[in-house]
Design a protein around this ligand. Sequence first.
Ligand code: DQA
Length: 146
Amino acid sequence: MKILLINGPNLNLLGKREPETYGYTTLSEIVSSLTGYAKSKNVELLHFQSNAEGELIERIHSAMGDVDAIIINPAAYTHTSVALRDALLGVNIPFIEVHLSNVHAREAFRHHSYFSDIAAGVIVGFGAKGYYFAVDAAVDMLNKQN
Ligand code: DQA
């Protein structure tokens, strides 16, 4: 089983960026621990982070036929990007949307997502733990498919 984790803009600053909202754990700490966690479930976890919309789209395209599921935190693109939404629809790979913060308890512009209605599921508000929940959910979902 192969899962691609994608993190969008500004998430490279995790740990330093508004830590009261996003936590003190860095992205590399999350990814290395999550990779080990995934491995314990026989999952190969790939990771990609970019601040550029086009790069995120290209990475989704190249996942076609290669990965079984995508876990994505589109960050600010959640609320703006029809292009990323179309990329996920285009490759037809099931995906789980993750947000560290509870976007519904924040500014109104964060309440709408271009992804939630086409996601297999959405995990919001549990900080970095949400990524682990997403791995569990993806494994469960893929096991039910096969
Ligand atoms: C975020 C929530 C978004 O609204 C914000 O733009 C982010 C991070 C989260 O993980 O809570 O960059 O996706």
